[in-house]
Design a protein around this ligand. Sequence first.
Ligand SMILES: Nc1ncnc2c1ncn2[C@@H]1O[C@H](COP(=O)(O)OP(=O)(O)OP(=O)(O)O)[C@@H](O)[C@H]1O
Length: 274
Amino acid sequence: MSDTLLSVRDFTVVYDVDPPVRAVRNVSLDVRRGEILGLAGESGCGKTTLAYGVQRLLKAPAVITSGSVVFHDASGEDIDVNRLDADEMRRFRWDKISMVFQGAMNSLNPVATIGSQLEDVFEVHRLTLTRAQRRAAVVELLEIVKVGAQRSRSYPHELSGGMRQRVMIAMALALRPQLMVMDEPTTALDVLVQREILRQISALRHEFGFSVIFITHDLPLLLEISDRIAIMRNGEIVELDTAERIWTDPQDEYTKTLLSSFPRLTAQKGMVRR
Ligand SMILES: Nc1ncnc2c1ncn2[C@@H]1O[C@H](COP(=O)(O)OP(=O)(O)OP(=O)(O)O)[C@@H](O)[C@H]1O
């Protein structure tokens, strides 16, 4: 099995407005199997456009003007994402890649229990499962993300923000994808809850072997959780290296500027273990 899970080559996205915005410019990168790849950079540098673009989640006026995205499936098959039709793409998105959005916890249905919402994922995507098997899978998921199976009958408003975000992570984990894309998944939460969830994401990827693309403008946080970090500026990746080297020996001037803009980096290293 190849070490690389996702290969992105020469990927360019333009927002076709007047004047056009070249949000992602000729980006090439590999996501390795089992790694947490951090995507850092100031607001507007193109992080979200890149992460959505590789999954074909962008809508007009966004246009992908160049590039290829190949997913090296665990089965050994190489999937050229550009060639998938709409149906295949939908399946691919749930089965192979899943997504946790910023503020995703607010997108839960307020009038359905979290158990039934998790069950829905299996009902739609795992047609062969019986009802009992779906329920068992939901119980297992709620335990895995440490919400607890007893919460299955709770409604979203009965849970804290952190708990609801864990439910969203459970949902993203449900079909055991090989890649999880997390766009500022913990930004809306207080720091302790954020740390606890990050620690858990890191533990889960060791347990299940999925890779993570983790997007945030919070570089100190990325230094703690990521194996490697890509620094984006103006639609381009200006540096991509291990978290260790980005911190101790940054090569690009912009990376250095970015690092120096976070005073807490001079303080003690945080609590998240990679
Ligand atoms: N629908 C759109 N129409 C025109 N320009 C857009 C659109 N969406 C994003 N952009 C522009 O594309 C560039 C990249 O935006 P993007 O949201 O990908 O950056 P980001 O790094 O994810 O920022 P943030 O951290 O604020 O989410 C920005 O200049 C933004 O203004």
